[in-house]
Write a protein that binds this ligand. Structure first.
Ligand code: SF4
Length: 434
């Protein structure tokens, strides 16, 4: 079992880990530790469950010509797995790495198609301190733009519902970033969603997005009304149901389990032109683009926090977007720190990659923690756009010799703590560009 401090670099998270342990509330970290070892075949990309002839798996140490039921060899099986993760299909196993790298940028663009134009500047308050004891607190994780707009409108029009349960109002906050600019402040990043619930102050939690929310682990043990939402159930009646659920839950709060927080930082996110302005206005030793989100296999935030601090001190412009930027904001690193700049929302990446690489400035990308498709596509898109890319999360491709080798030339795995030195060394030695 890892120690409390090994779970997150955030010292403000520790009291909530201890609270969970004291209350016997199992969090995702506990489930992960209990589950170990995870299926090694799947970690290498050597499993498939796409049809009922399977699931199939190939032993990485077995004979070279071992095949799945439908005749895929080791290389083809891993490619199929990675296609499932990325949504990119490649017909030619010999050119699979190139295909993944080239297709990632257009795949990202199509993911964010239809979202409001250029990434704009905005200021957000970030921290568990957003949750106030007197309010009915509602957290929205990864809401779609249409859902959020309707939710805010409906909550405003029905603000009197809060008075019905003797509360001064609804307090609506985000968990994680959204790919579009929006008004609510942020209670935490998605990797810390369980800790928000552990305050005992979240009355309703509404999870969006395609992937399951870890918040359920804690919500199942608290008074919190937990819902999932997508554009398919985005109508006023449904939202009224959520608001009613939040009011009812507010009345059932257990005061003895409330642990409020006063941690709150203000983060200034830049508009997209700020990157070009920075590069034109000052000479940097290099630029490093930071992305990705949260993966509990690593000590949460540690690699990102360390890398940004180390590289910014050495004169590298650290530009973060999406969850990575939000995380820097949580640590107070987005309020005017030298050489650090953040962009709200993952949708900023395609725009950033139209500016980077910039002239002859060495440019790199580091995505320490990867979670889902968006993160993987972002990493591949950077590598595909000639930014040497690093991650500290293992991709499920190591079961395929050729794919793993070809991809590894453009996307390097580096242990947390070691990547900043690798990048700084490469800059010093004049090695940059793929
Ligand atoms: S490898 Fe082929 S046979 Fe096996 S589960 Fe996947 S698609 Fe089905």
């Amino acid at each position: 079992m890892r120690k409390v401090r090994g779970k997150s670099a955030d010292i403000h998270a520790n009291p909530y880990f201890l609270k969970a342990a004291g209350e016997g509330v199992p969090l995702s970290w506990n489930h992960y530790e209990k589950m170990l070892p995870q299926d090694a075949f799947s970690c290498l990309g050597l499993t498939c469950y796409d049809c009922l002839l399977g699931p199939c798996r190939i032993n990485p140490f077995g004979e070279q010509n071992e095949k799945t039921v439908c005749g895929l060899d080791r290389e083809e099986l891993v490619i199929r797995t990675f296609s499932r993760f990325t949504g990119i299909h490649t017909p030619d196993a010999d050119k699979a790495a190139d295909c993944f790298l080239e297709a990632a940028f257009p795949a990202l663009e199509s993911l964010y198609k239809g979202l409001p134009g250029e990434t704009a500047a905005c200021t957000k308050r970030i921290g568990l301190g957003i949750l106030k004891q007197e309010n009915i607190n509602i957290c929205l994780e990864r809401p779609s733009a249409s859902f959020l707009e309707l939710f805010l409108k409906t909550a405003k029009e029905n603000a009197a519902m809060a008075a019905g349960v003797q509360a001064p109002g609804f307090c609506i906050s985000l968990v994680g970033s959204t790919p579009f600019i929006c008004p609510p402040d942020v209670v935490c990043d998605t990797g810390s969603s369980e800790l928000a619930i552990m305050t005992g102050l979240v009355d309703a939690y509404i999870a969006g997005g395609d992937l399951p929310s870890r918040a359920w682990n804690a919500a199942a043990n608290y008074h919190t009304a937990f819902y999932t939402a997508d554009s398919g159930n985005c109508d006023t009646n449904k939202i009224m149901e959520f608001l009613n659920g939040a009011c009812k839950a507010y009345k059932t709060r257990d005061k003895s389990r409330i642990m409020p927080s006063d941690v709150l930082e203000e983060a200034k996110f830049s508009g997209i032109t700020a990157l070009r302005d920075s590069l034109q206005g000052k000479s940097y030793k290099g630029v490093c683009l930071f992305g990705g989100s949260s993966n509990l296999k690593l000590t949460q935030d540690e690699a990102l926090f360390h890398a940004v601090r180390t590289m910014a001190e050495k004169g590298i412009l650290c530009a973060a977007f999406g969850e990575a930027a939000l995380t820097l904001g949580k640590y107070g690193l987005l309020n005017g720190q030298d050489n650090v700049i953040g962009f709200w929302g993952a949708a900023a990446l395609p725009e950033l990659l139209k500016i980077l690489p910039y002239k002859d400035t060495p440019c790199y990308a580091y995505f320490p923690e990867l979670f889902g498709r968006e993160d993987i596509l972002g990493l591949l898109a950077c590598a595909g756009k000639d930014l040497p890319a690093y991650t500290s999360t293992r991709l499920p491709v190591e079961g395929a010799d050729r794919l793993s080798k070809a991809l590894g030339e453009r996307v390097c795995y580096g242990k947390p703590g070691e990547v900043p030195d690798s990048i700084l060394r490469a800059i010093q030695e004049g090695r940059h560009g793929n």
